[in-house]
Design a protein around this ligand. Structure first.
Ligand code: FAD
Length: 375
């Protein structure tokens, strides 16, 4: 394969001084969305290394999956869809559902990159993308690149969201985000306040409440669903998020519009009394949290299962956002940025799921290759 050899690591200031490496399409991120995009670029006949490359911040394959907490197994994830062209079962034997997602998915991605000889360079962190003489200048912690177009697939894991509450800096206990959660055993014997109403919050609550006392606090009333989730439900949820991004609104996650299905584990947690939901507190104190009516709860740990936002800060100089913080998206699957069609966002908004990322990668690869006159 025709890959440009990257010189050894250079401090950024030296890299900036050198001429940039030219590529037609730069894929940023090698998670589900970036790998799907790279696969489809190859399928379109584009040459890896010459026409397109992939840069990834992580030192090894797996996207954000390599960082997921150990108790997240193939049986407790929603579902990881196969990447295009190669089944999960080619790498991970069926029946191994208790295997950690943080092991199985990276193994699968590694085999996938190898099988399709995808030109992934790592670890390289994209710092800034800006306009330069009609092309896109991509500054990284190593080289500087010049790209005709970008498929951005940087996910959300790098940008955890923690809402700010008065007194947060006074708290003498431990505060952590889902991103930093490892295991319930390290919290045993402590009172844990879990904040959030998504699937992660509920999984944390289920595990932790089996070992210690918990309080569950959410901003909105959680939406549980009794019936199982159908493909039509999935399409309807994606359509809502797609509509939002086509109108330049901040997308929110697909899961936030689907509700949370009752699982046997959640029913057991409810029977244990672990799902007694409290409204959001108004203040954090040195030793716990306090509600507006003065009620207090002592706490040793506050676990913020409050989600993530899209990791797009490196694109800030391109000024893609509207005043409300959203980005107007267009194209067949709403992956193309209307203000700058050289940029596609995959794994964003309606494609922020493994199946959505697969489809978005195909659409973005074709539309960008056509726009740049590569096919
Ligand atoms: C706890 C949890 C469980 C989930 N479970 C499911 C599930 O079961 N099923 C499902 O469909 N979805 C699930 N999701 C959503 C899931 O994250 C996506 O579906 C999918 O894995 C995201 O893929 P991605 O390629 O968009 O992002 P990621 O997997 O996050 O990949 C992004 C890549 O970009 C790299 N990157 C980021 N910034 C830069 C930069 N500046 N420079 C270079 N590289 C960069 C990162 O290092 C990373 O490798 C889950 C999410 C969470 C948080």
């Amino acid at each position: 394969m025709d890959l440009p050899a990257l010189p050894p690591h250079q401090p950024p200031h030296e890299a900036v001084a050198r001429a940039s490496i030219k590529v037609d399409i730069m894929v940023i991120g090698a998670g589900q969305a970036g790998l799907s995009s790279a696969y489809h670029l190859g399928k379109l006949g584009l040459r890896p290394g010459r026409n397109f490359i992939v840069l990834d911040k992580n030192g090894r394959p797996g996207g954000a999956w390599q960082h997921r907490w150990p108790s997240l197994t193939l049986s407790t994830v929603n579902r990881v869809h196969d990447l295009p062209g190669m089944g999960f079962s080619e790498v991970v034997a069926l029946g191994e559902s208790e295997v950690r997602a943080s092991v199985a998915v990276p193994d699968y991605f590694a085999a996938y990159e190898e099988k399709f000889r995808l030109p992934v360079y790592r670890p390289i962190v994209v710092k800034v993308v800006c306009e330069r003489l009609g092309r896109l200048r991509v500054e990284t912690d190593r080289e500087v690149f010049s790209a005709g177009g970008i498929i951005n697939a940087t996910g959300t894991w790098e940008t955890p969201q923690i809402p700010s509450y008065p007194g947060a800096d006074l708290f003498e206990g431990r505060q952590l985000h889902s991103r930093d959660y490892r295991t319930a055993t390290e919290l045993a014997g402590q009172h844990v306040v879990v904040v959030g109403s998504g699937i992660s919050a509920l999984q944390h609550l289920d595990e932790i409440s089996q070992l210690t006392t918990t309080s569950w606090v959410t901003r909105r009333e959680p939406q549980f669903r009794d019936r199982s989730f159908t493909p039509e439900d999935g399409r309807a949820a994606v359509a809502i998020v797609e509509d939002k991004v086509r109108n330049g609104l901040v997308p929110g996650s697909v899961v936030s519009v689907t509700g949370i299905p009752w699982t046997p584990a959640l029913r057991a947690a409810a029977a244990r009394g672990a799902l007694r939901r409290l409204p959001m507190f108004s203040e954090i104190t040195a030793h716990g949290v306090r509600w507006p009516d003065g009620t207090e709860q002592r706490a040793d740990v506050i676990l913020w299962a409050t989600g993530f936002r899209s990791s797009l800060d490196h694109l800030a100089p391109l000024q893609l956002r509207e005043d409300n913080g959203g980005i107007v998206m267009t194209g067949r699957l709403a992956t193309e940025v209307k203000k700058d069609p050289r940029i596609h966002l995959v794994g964003y908004g309606p494609s922020a799921s493994t199946i959505g990322a697969n489809r978005a990668g195909a659409a973005a690869a074709r539309e960008l290759a056509v726009r740049l006159g590569l096919i």
